[in-house]
Write a protein that binds this ligand. Structure first.
Ligand SMILES: O=C(O)c1ccccc1NCC(=O)[C@H](O)[C@H](O)COP(=O)(O)O
Length: 196
């Protein structure tokens, strides 16, 4: 089970997630209680070992700017949120050689782009990063490399995996003590629950 822990803001967060076994860590470069600056992201990405994917999360930033940030920070993947990005935006980024991940805020927009060498998809809640659950228990037949996101927590992730059988899972709110502040115990609990 591929596990992404998103919204990390400190080196201690990165160390905790990596040590607990996360396959990917996310840094939010968009308005959010978890937002980090480009300089902070550069410092955090440098703390991520090569076997763990560092994902930059963007919402609406012009793709030329996303490209510059990806190059400057050394991000391993770019997660473009929302429906505002067109196919040509991905083409503009593809020559970066940076895997692209497009998150969709509703199960209806099943947009997948190349990532991790293969197509990848994140099916998220209508309000990304909100901690809100959505109708993922109704999801059937989704195949390929896709992550389930939206309202996951240590106490529901095992059931979500059993019900929906995703390729991976992605969490932010469910491993926080307060919005924007990661709880390292919850990060460890989530990873243990996702991989019993
Ligand atoms: O996490 C945010 O604050 C955020 C802000 C703007 C766009 C996307 C954002 N997060 C994207 C993620 O990948 C989250 O991990 C995902 O939406 C799950 O969030 P949560 O329901 O809080 O676990």
């Amino acid at each position: 089970m591929f596990v992404k822990i998103c919204g990390l803001r400190t080196e201690a967060d990165v160390d905790c997630a990596v040590t607990a076994g996360a396959d990917a860590v996310g840094f939010v470069l968009a308005p959010s209680p978890r937002q980090v600056s480009v300089d902070e992201a550069t410092r955090l990405v440098a703390a991520v070992p090569p076997e763990v994917l560092s994902v930059g999360v963007f919402l609406g930033m012009p793709v030329a700017e996303v490209r510059d940030v990806a190059v400057k920070t050394g991000l391993g993947a770019v997660q473009l949120h929302g429906a505002g990005y067109a196919a040509e935006d991905f083409a503009a980024l593809a020559d970066l050689g940076v895997p692209l991940v497009r998150a969709t805020s509703t199960a209806g927009e099943r947009v997948a782009v190349g990532a991790f060498g293969e197509e990848m998809l994140i099916l998220d809640s209508p309000r990304a990063g909100s901690g809100e659950q959505w109708g993922w228990s109704e999801l059937r037949g989704q195949t390929g490399r896709w992550l389930l996101a939206g309202g996951l927590r240590p106490d529901n992730v095992a059931e979500a995996i059993e019900t929906v059988r995703p390729w991976g899972v992605d969490v932010s709110s469910g491993v926080e003590s307060t919005r924007g502040t990661k709880d390292h115990g919850l990060i460890r609990e989530f990873l243990a629950a996702a991989r019993p």
